[in-house]
Design a protein around this ligand. Structure first.
Ligand code: PAF
Length: 283
């Protein structure tokens, strides 16, 4: 495993791989790797000759009141995990390498960056779109892999790639869950044992919505009300949003006629968790 810290060195490495006709996969992460990241890495290995994992806690995607300083970091452990996966490069730039003095450009994906999490996380998707554009230009991958837990992020990146003509295949990887249903996330580390148990209300409530749709319910407000009621049974949980929306545009749906996205954000104690599921109506 080669650890690269400089933008110039990363670009040079990729240039050599491309010149030799090798296909490069990029898995962008903020580190503190867990099983879901490793699934993305393994997916990348199947799709390319070389895998680059970027590890950068991107300050631009955290609002001032968010957990940038507290975001879990463990470089040694991450390195060990990637060594075991036998991947090629870990790109680990410092903040001033990515955003040197004078940096002032922002990428904004207007509409998709307005729904779901956006009103609750001002500047978040601009921060993601900006860092991903930079990573794409630096690493020049042929394919990049993202988890579907961050569904809105994935849609923002798909749009960005189309709009700005990045010649990169974007792959969404299905949500990886613990055996009891909790979607794996770096932020699960914040949960106390009691909160960890309470956090099951996210996946349970999505199953409730899914069940209703399977039985023929199509009204958005009826479904989201039932999902909310399921979460509100849990005293440690408070709902930030629950939305049933078009899976491509993310616009709220009153009625579902084709596969739609049920997405939610819930605070368990102080920890903000997200989860989602694609619901397919009958027939
Ligand atoms: O999903 C994440 O971990 C981050 O948002 C990403 C895509 C690595 C950009 O910083």
């Amino acid at each position: 495993l080669q650890v690269i810290e400089r933008v110039q060195d990363m670009s040079r490495w990729s240039e050599v791989q491309r010149r030799d006709g090798r296909r490069i996969a990029l898995v962008p992460t903020m580190g503190f790797l867990h099983e879901a990241h490793l699934c993305l890495v393994r997916d990348g290995k199947k799709r390319a000759d070389r895998v680059v994992v970027s590890l950068f806690v991107n300050p631009k995607q955290f609002a001032p009141n968010e957990d940038f300083a507290a975001y879990p970091r463990d470089f040694g452990r991450d390195r060990g995990l990637l060594e075991r996966e036998n991947i090629d490069v870990m790109f680990h730039p410092a903040a001033d390498e990515m955003y040197p003095a004078g940096f002032q450009t922002q990428i904004s994906v207007d509409k998709l960056g307005c729904f779901l999490c956006a009103p609750h996380r001002p500047g978040h998707f601009q921060g993601v779109a900006t860092v991903i554009s930079k990573l794409f230009n630096i690493v020049r991958p042929h394919v990049a892999i993202f988890g579907e837990k961050d569904y809105q992020q994935l849609q923002v990146i798909r749009r960005l790639v189309r709009d700005l003509n990045f010649d990169i295949e974007i792959v969404g990887h299905p949500i990886v869950r613990e055996t009891d249903g909790l979607a794996i996330s770096s932020r699960n580390i914040y949960l106390s044992p009691e909160e960890r148990q309470a956090a099951l209300c996210l996946s349970k409530s999505l199953s409730r919505g899914e069940c209703m749709v399977r039985r023929g319910e199509t009204r958005g407000d009826v479904i989201t009300t039932a999902v909310r009621a399921e979460i509100e049974k849990e005293p440690l949980a408070s709902v930030e949003y629950i939305t049933l929306c078009d899976s491509a545009t993310l616009e709220t749906l009153e009625e579902i006629r084709e596969a739609a996205l049920l997405a939610l954000a819930v605070r368990i104690g102080k920890t903000r968790l997200i989860d989602n599921r694609i619901l397919k109506p009958l027939g």
